[in-house]
Design a protein around this ligand. Sequence first.
Ligand code: AMP
Ligand code: TRP
Length: 316
Amino acid sequence: MSKKILLSGIQPSGTLHIGNYFGAMKQFVDLQDKYDSHIFIADFHSLTTVQDRKTLEENILNVLLDYLAVGLDPEKVTLFKQSDVPEVTELAWIFNCITTMPYLERAVAYKDAHMKAKEVNVGLFDYPLLMAADILIQDADVVPVGQDQKQHIEYARDTAEKFNRIWGETFKIPEPLILETVAIVPGTDGRKMSKSYGNTIPLFASYEEIKKAVMGIVTDSSGGIPKNVYEIHKLFKEQGALDTLYAEKAGKYKDLKEALIEDIEAFIKPIREKRIALAENKEAVLAILKEGGQKARVKTSEKITDVRQKIGVALY
Ligand code: AMP
Ligand code: TRP
């Protein structure tokens, strides 16, 4: 039996943090043997916010290095960037035409941006449909993501159903894959870790950066267990050892933070070193991405041909 298809992506819109890792990337790595995996860099999505050439180029390379450094193996995974697969944007347009405005207006990401009284660009408004195209064009069975992306997967499912209803069975209905224990990794202030809140611990932080971030974790003064420290520590230490430590050091916030710094450093050090080595070989790393894009297009061009026929634009 052939393997099921897994697909997921991350936007190259800034420095990745441990929330991205535990919420999403770790699953990409852990599942790469089990699934026929497609992992990509959502560069066209990030264009909704990153509108500077140099920054975008750097961010794309950074996400690629991050993927490889955490252990994605290009022999097992098709690693590519979204803009190398133009069939995706073509499909997104077709989805635009079968989707209503009020339906997209219900998207949480759009509502958030709108509430902040930002002038929302059309790309951001349309974000869920480009994402639906990413997923559906690859016939993905499962999409590993953090909790905040759940609604987007629902949009993809609804869009697949709608297309299938109008033009006949074409797209698979994808399932989200969300690990409850890490669905929402908290940041240093206890809210969801997010680059927009400035409460992150970068995935490839230096020792100094780890120290600074951990020392900045907001601790409440009630009780012996500093909740925000504990919740982050959980990601890096096995439950038994963690509880022993927090029982022994009850009330000693500084000691607990120092222990957390060492545990994060032990985790990050090897991947940080691997990343530095990879960065020295930029050409080879970019070649992996380019080849991945070509590989991804085999499937997407087949799929878009089928779609073009079904909707009635393929006359020759
Ligand atoms: P983004 O940085 O929004 O492109 O997110 C990339 C991936 O990381 C998505 O699957 C998110 O759901 C996931 N993610 C981002 N922040 C967190 C968090 N604090 N906890 C869990 N998953 C997260
Ligand atoms: N929206 C996702 C995020 O911010 C990135 C993304 C774009 C994605 N297309 C996707 C994730 C398709 C999974 C599948 O994290």
